[in-house]
Design a protein around this ligand. Structure first.
Ligand SMILES: Cc1cc2nc3c(=O)[nH]c(=O)nc-3n(C[C@H](O)[C@H](O)[C@H](O)COP(=O)(O)O)c2cc1C
Length: 178
C-alpha cells in the first residue's frame, strides 16, 4: 500500500537523509538499478516540485538515464539495513544485478516506469525536465581540487575525473510505501 504525502512536509527528512545516502533507481531496457546519492536539491522550478540529482557523467546510472529519463528516489525511515546504501554506493550496475543480489523489493510505480524500493519507503517518482552537464570552467579551483582531482578512473565507483550531470526532475508523485 502507498500513502500519498505532500512532499514539502517531508523536506527536512529528505534533505537530512542525503547526508548518509538515499537511493536513486533507474530502469532501461528492463534493467532496474539503484545507486546511492548524497547530493540532491529539493525545491520549486518552473512552478513544479523539483528534485535535482547530480550524477557523474560516466556512471552506469547516467547511461540508464540517457535511455529513460525517469527515476525514483527512496529515502529510509527508521531502522533499515545500511548495507543497502553501502553496496549501492560502491558496486556498479555494469557488473552486477544489485536488486537481485541485495534482495531488494520493487514497488510498482504510479505514474512513471521506474519502480521504487520498498526497504526505503519514502518514495519520489521523478521525471527529468532538464539536464545540464556541469561546466568545468565555471567551477572554482578549491572545489575542482577536492571533488575532481583526476586520479581515479572514470568507470570505478569512486571515479573522480568526471564532472556531474545535474538532472532537474519534476516530482510527479510522493508517497510512503506501507
Ligand atoms: C554515501 C554515498 C553517496 C554518493 N553520492 C553520489 C552522488 O550524489 N552522485 C554520484 O554520481 N555518485 C555518488 N556516489 C557514488 C555512487 O553511488 C557509486 O559510484 C555507484 O557505484 C554508482 O552506481 P552505478 O554504477 O550502478 O550507476 C555516492 C556513494 C556513496 C557511498
Amino acid at each position: 500500500m502507498k500513502r500519498e504525502i505532500e512532499i514539502f512536509e517531508h523536506a527536512g527528512e529528505v534533505v537530512k537523509a542525503l547526508k548518509t545516502g538515499v537511493l536513486l533507481t533507474t530502469k532501461a531496457e528492463n534493467k532496474v538499478n539503484s545507486m546511492t546519492i548524497g547530493w540532491g536539491t529539493l525545491g520549486v522550478i518552473w512552478g513544479k516540485p523539483t528534485f535535482i540529482a547530480f550524477v557523474r557523467e560516466n556512471r552506469f546510472t547516467t547511461s540508464q538515464l540517457e535511455k529513460n529519463p525517469e527515476f525514483t528516489v527512496n529515502i529510509p525511515q527508521g531502522a533499515f539495513n545500511k548495507n543497502i546504501v553501502g553496496a549501492c554506493g560502491t558496486k556498479s550496475g555494469r557488473d552486477m544485478d544489485k536488486i537481485k543480489e541485495l534482495g531488494l523489493t520493487l514497488e510498482t510505480p504510479e505514474v512513471i516506469s521506474v519502480p521504487g524500493i520498498k526497504e526505503l519507503p519514502l518514495t519520489l517518482e521523478c521525471r527529468v525536465m532538464y539536464q545540464q552537464k556541469q561546466d568545468a570552467q565555471a567551477i572554482g579551483d578549491e572545489i575542482k581540487k577536492a571533488f575532481y582531482p583526476q586520479d581515479i578512473d572514470s568507470c570505478a565507483p569512486r571515479a573522480n575525473r568526471d564532472f556531474h550531470v545535474a538532472y532537474y526532475a519534476e516530482i510527479v508523485r510522493a508517497y510512503i510505501i506501507e
